[in-house]
Design a protein around this ligand. Structure first.
Ligand code: MG
Ligand code: ZN
Length: 227
């Protein structure tokens, strides 16, 4: 970030494995263990299968009658990564916009974020439909024509990121895994964990590995992000 850069930062933050300590979709599948989920996850992580297709297929392995059980499991087991309230407070104090851009599902994303003061229109995630025999994932935030992932994102992070043009904003992405790969390529800076750190290294993208949100606040505090 150069000293002459006057673009205000805008933050796009992943949910599963980033705001929460682990990936809730993987945790649901591991716990309830419907036959056939493992190869789907492997194919998604290896980018052999699009996220949208894979996530849809995995939830279709679970009957809608398990709604309460699955929801309760996530709410009781998902831990929030340390420093998250502090990052939100930093954004508030500095007038920086903060978006949750999640490949997770509404029935656990909204309840887990309820303790934090994030406007609903700053939270993007996938939807769910429990009216049929099996859980059906819905996709209210699909890829636009400029996404080069051929409609495969599910919740399309790049569609949201591109609403904040590079010329006007310093786009900062926070994430950990495969749903963050396309967005990372558009970002000025990536705060990365896990698979996303490896991907950023491989592609030579500017990134700062982090463990807690305290690390991110400390790094943002150093930056000359002010106008
Ligand atoms: Mg994630
Ligand atoms: Zn997309």
């Amino acid at each position: 970030m150069s000293a002459t850069d006057v673009r205000p930062p805008v933050l796009f933050c992943d949910f599963d494995g980033t705001i929460t300590m682990s990936d809730n979709i993987v945790a649901i599948m591991k716990h309830f263990d419907p036959p056939g989920w493992e190869p789907i996850v492997k194919d998604i992580v290896a980018e052999r299968k699009k996220v949208r297709q894979g996530v849809g297929e995995m939830f279709a392995l679970l009957p809608s009658s398990m709604r309460e059980e699955v929801t309760r499991f996530v709410l009781e087991n998902a831990g929030i990564r340390p420093g998250f309230p502090e990052l939100l407070a930093w954004c508030e104090k500095n007038g920086v916009e903060f978006f949750v851009t999640s490949g997770g599902i509404d029935f656990f994303v909204y309840p887990l974020l309820a303790p934090f003061d994030i406007p609903r229109d700053h939270i993007f995630c996938n939807g769910s439909d429990f009216s049929g025999e099996r859980i059906r994932i819905t996709w209210p935030n699909p890829c636009d024509d400029d996404c080069d992932n051929a409609g495969g994102c599910g919740m399309c992070k790049t569609t949201i990121i591109r609403r904040y043009p590079r010329e006007q904003y310093r786009r900062i992405l926070i994430g950990d895994s495969v749903t963050d790969f396309p967005g990372a390529k558009l970002a000025d800076l990536v705060y990365s964990r896990s698979h996303l750190t490896e991907k950023c290294r491989e592609l030579g993208l500017p990134h700062v590995p982090f463990e807690t949100f305290h690390d991110i606040v400390a790094h943002l505090e150093q930056g000359d992000w002010k106008r």
